[in-house]
Design a protein around this ligand. Structure first.
Ligand code: ZN
Ligand code: ZN
Length: 280
């Protein structure tokens, strides 16, 4: 499968000359199964989803968008996704079933309707279905999507694992493992859901909002440290780590300085950049 990293920044877009090499679009990945013409599975719909239109060679998006949760940086691109907002688009939008019992569409519409935004999700053109997802496994064409609930702050949040039967990757962009205990290194517990998602994965793509040197367990804002992700990969047998959901004020120079210190890890570690393409 092919994975296009369309948005790898956390919290808010980060434009400007200090953010050119890693990019400033918020969370979105596009997954293309072997033999498919274009991506049919998107994870998250931050501003990076605008880049997906360019991957579809002028065609509409027909596939599934699975959101990890409803925070702005994971949904704000939805109404600007040109390939999904046209009459011939066919989109299945999945999000964690809200525990409040409001239903998925109403939960999304709370932030995506006047006066917060000029239109509602129903006013997107094309054939859209919006549904809540419970933890478990679903199949989309050649791809299997495993969802597990993971700790974050402010709304039910899932981590995902995508597999095509031969290769797999785990995606946990927003994760607060200290909510379940301090863990062996004080950076958070290696809990069951995180271990299951990452177990033996070819790549663990993980929240790296914090670094160990600036991590304060009393002030996480719902996020993890890069070094937790590396420890999780080592514990779960993931083959490599891709750090993403970069803090919006981390410049290219700061990200590269950090990357240079991570060479001693047991598993290879790289920092995700917008526009990067990974073939598994
Ligand atoms: Zn986020
Ligand atoms: Zn979040």
């Amino acid at each position: 499968m092919r994975i296009n990293l369309c948005g790898t920044r956390g919290s808010t877009p980060a434009p400007g000359r200090d953010f050119v090499r890693y990019g400033g679009h918020t969370s979105c990945l596009a997954v293309t199964a072997d033999g498919a013409a274009g991506p049919e599975l998107l994870l998250d719909a931050g501003t990076g989803i605008r880049q997906v239109t360019g991957l579809l060679a002028g065609g509409p998006f027909r596939g599934t968008i699975a959101l990890t949760h409803l925070h702005w940086d994971h949904v704000q691109g939805l109404p600007f996704f040109a390939a999904g907002d046209r009459d011939d688009a066919r989109v299945s939008l999945l999000l964690p079933e809200p525990v409040e019992g409001t239903g998925a569409e109403a939960a999304l519409e709370r932030g995506f309707s006047p006066p917060n935004f000029p239109i509602t999700p129903r006013q997107l053109r094309g054939d859209w279905t919006i549904a809540g997802l419970e933890p478990g496994e679903i199949r989309r064409g050649q791809l299997t999507l495993l969802a597990r609930q993971i700790p974050h702050r402010g709304g039910r949040t899932f981590g995902y694992r995508v597999s095509d039967g031969r290769r797999s990757f785990a995606y946990l962009p927003d994760h607060c493992p200290t909510d379940l205990g301090s863990g062996p290194g004080g950076l958070g517990a290696y809990h069951e859901a995180a271990l299951e998602l990452a177990a033996g994965a070819d790549i663990l793509m993980h929240d790296s909002f914090w670094y160990a040197e600036d991590f304060d367990p009393a002030r996480t804002f719902g996020h993890a440290a890069a070094e937790y992700a590396i420890g999780l990969a080592e514990t779960a047998g993931a083959k490599r780590v891709l750090l993403l959901h970069h803090r919006p004020d981390r410049t290219d120079a700061e990200l590269e300085k950090k990357a240079a210190t991570l060479g001693d890890s047991q598993v290879p570690v790289t920092l995700a950049a917008d526009g990067e393409v990974i073939c598994l």
